[in-house]
Ligand binder design. Structure first.
Ligand SMILES: [Zn+2]
Length: 201
């Protein structure tokens, strides 16, 4: 067994940091060392910020977003068009779409996709809440912005089925050539989807 070079507190810090996406054990050690060296400038403020976030973070009971208030900042934003709901798999997708800044809509976070092989069924996702939101009325369009994977498309079909009979326009993101993409590098599935979704110039 290797000899220990730090006390259990720093060892625990490394182990926890290693669980953060994007940080492996090596990066976690570097980050931990940096933090303990910058004890007052970084470690202290970070610990405070984490404690504060831990106390305040909650899941929005309306849309499933993660925020420090419920309903969340997006749901309570009066400048948004709440008649348009963009359905996403994860909060990271909501953030990505907001960075693009193309729409001024509300969101609904599913919390994943249907995946029978992994044991993820409709009740494991925030689908019931979405149907309830639409059933309440006032929703004009639902934009299903799930990933272009088999699970994503299965989920999109399931949601569409659940909403049949309700007065709402359901759209999905176009599949095709990425902006700046070269045709030669695209797979056949993407090229086929792009051809099918062609638009008039
Ligand atoms: Zn919300």
């Amino acid at each position: 067994m290797a000899k220990r070079v730090t006390g259990p507190e720093i060892e625990k810090l490394i182990q926890l940091l290693a669980k953060v996406p994007g940080l492996g054990p090596r990066s976690a050690r570097r980050a931990a060392l940096h933090l303990v060296k910058k004890k007052d400038q970084l470690l202290g403020p970070l610990a405070d910020a984490m404690g504060e976030a831990h106390r305040k973070v909650r899941i929005c009971s309306c849309c499933g977003n993660v925020d420090t208030s419920d309903p969340c900042t997006v749901c309570t934003d009066v400048r948004r068009d709440h008649a348009v709901i963009i359905v996403v798999e994860d909060v990271s997708d909501l953030w990505a779409l907001e960075r693009a800044g193309a729409m001024n809509a509300a969101y609904h976070v599913l919390g994943g996709t249907l995946s029978p092989l992994d044991g993820v069924g409709p009740d494991d996702l925030n689908i019931r809440g979405l149907v309830d939101r639409v059933a309440k009325g006032g929703v004009r369009e639902l934009i299903i912005a799930v990933n272009a994977t088999v699970e994503g498309q299965t989920t999109a079909h399931y949601i569409t089925d659940q909403l049949s009979g309700l007065e709402v326009k359901i759209t999905r993101l176009a599949h095709g050539v990425p902006v700046g993409g070269e045709l030669d590098y695209l797979d056949e599935g993407t090229l086929t989807a792009a051809l099918r979704a062609r638009t008039a110039i």
